[in-house]
Design a protein around this ligand. Structure first.
Ligand code: NAI
Length: 408
């Protein structure tokens, strides 16, 4: 470590909102000082934490807007220990030189397992049997109860979750078909189909695993539901707006569909709201869950470890791999070199200016990587001579510099 680099135990990490303990454990093992604050913060309490932390970790209830970022003078990075990052103004953070990390795929397996659970529950009408038995009815009727073996599972969106769903479906003896806008290598015996319409016409179970985009909003409406086979089932564990709810209610009411499983809804209530009616309570064979597809202990632990790892890689090596708002730089560490990071406004000529300052101290540049995106440029440079505070200060004083840090 060079005398100019910052000692690890002086890097202060504040983890809010009951982030899984595996994260604090991993970060402490890396040598950082970690403060665990179990609740969400707002107002002055939040500002106080933000002003003193080098890293802020949060889940979805703490909101970080530009007003909060304005006091984040020491902040190196923000870790969203969640799948999404809506709780943080990520472009403002980028402008201020703060990368934001999340864990988009840590709950993949949890969602896939619940999806298959719902496939079987729909095929056996378990939702209705369960509520009838809770109501004191011993209903042994086999009407509408089927095995899933040999049935066709149609997956729309063959990404991380869709692929796992396909593998699990196959393990149950299902025929798996999928449609994705990108060309995807099929896993197992899964077979791609040319378009959504072909998939709808062929599937006994249609399960949606697409992101919410202008193209996917209401991609399943009345015309698509009409193309589904009579008695088939729809599952949505992706995003609520992908399905037109009144059209689905109508298809279920007319018994064109045999049932549906919904984990997500176009508008979802605050977590504390006790009473909720998403509009399906009077319809048979509809399994409703309150957006819990990714809510397992295992997924929370994976999220904790994944974000902690990304943060450690950024602090120690300057890697921004996986950041949602930053150019991705991942320069391998080389022995006997010294590394400096410079985050700057994306204007021409930065590299020449930085190289000039470094060459003036007689240092040779061993490796460098500059990547830009939108407003931000990010430069990681390895040189063969120790870098002084003076070099750091000269680079930091360049008019386009936002943040500069000597790593080692
Ligand atoms: P992913 O990005 O790995 O996969 C999404 C796939 O959908 C990609 O392969 C993409 O090319 C494809 N796609 C995009 N637009 C499409 C279109 N118009 N037609 C067909 N395919 C299209 O995402 P991942 O991790 O598999 O997540 C899928 C969905 O699951 C997302 O909406 C995510 O928000 C949701 N999710 C839900 C959770 C829950 O608790 N229920 C938890 C985690 C994720």
């Amino acid at each position: 470590m060079s005398p100019t680099s910052f000692p690890r135990d002086r890097i202060r990490i504040a983890l809010l909102e009951n982030i899984h303990p595996a994260a604090a454990e991993a970060l402490r093992e890396s040598g950082y000082s970690v403060d665990v604050i179990p609740k969400a913060l707002e107002g002055e309490d939040l500002d106080t934490v933000i002003a003193s932390a080098h890293i802020l970790g949060l889940r979805s209830r703490t909101k970080i807007r530009d007003a909060q970022l304005a006091v984040a003078n020491k902040m190196l990075a923000i870790g969203c220990f969640t799948v999404g990052t809506d709780q943080v103004a990520i472009q403002d953070a980028a402008r201020r030189g703060i990368p934001v990390f999340n864990a988009p795929h840590a709950s993949t397996r949890s969602v896939a397992e619940l999806t298959l659970g719902c496939v079987i529950a729909l095929a056996r009408r378990l939702g209705d049997k369960n509520s009838r038995m809770h109501g004191g009815h011993w209903d042994k009727s086999l009407a509408g109860a089927h095995e899933v073996r040999g049935r066709t599972l149609g997956i729309v969106g063959y990404g991380h979750i869709g692929q796992q769903v396909g593998l699990l479906g196959e393990a149950f003896g299902m025929r798996v078909i999928f449609h994705d806008i990108l060309k995807k290598l099929p896993l197992g015996l899964a077979r791609p189909v040319a378009d959504v319409d072909a998939l709808l016409a062929e599937s006994d179970f249609v399960t949606l695993h697409v992101p919410e985009t202008p193209r996917t909003v209401e991609m399943i409406g009345a015309p698509q539901l009409a193309r589904m086979r009579a008695g088939s089932y729809l599952l949505n564990l992706s995003r609520g707006k992908v399905v037109n709810v009144p059209a689905l209610q109508d298809a279920l009411r007319r018994e064109h569909l045999g049932g549906a499983a919904l984990d997500v809804f176009p508008s979802e209530p605050a977590p504390t709201l006790a009473e909720v009616d998403v509009g399906f309570s009077d319809l048979p064979n509809v399994i409703l869950t309150p957006h819990v597809g990714g809510n397992t202990e295992e997924a929370q632990r994976n999220i904790g470890l994944e974000v902690a790892h990304a943060i450690t890689e950024f602090i120690d090596r300057g890697s921004t791999e996986g950041a949602v708002n930053f150019p991705h730089v991942n320069l391998p560490a080389m022995p006997e070199t010294h590394r400096i990071l410079n985050i700057h406004r994306n204007v021409p000529g930065v590299l020449a200016e930085v190289n000039h300052i470094v060459s003036e101290i007689g240092a040779n540049i061993e490796a460098q990587q500059l990547v830009t995106s939108r407003d931000v440029g990010y430069l990681v440079m390895d040189v063969n001579r120790e870098l002084s505070d003076e070099v750091n200060n000269r680079i930091a004083a360049l008019p386009m510099s936002v943040r500069t840090r000597i790593l080692y």
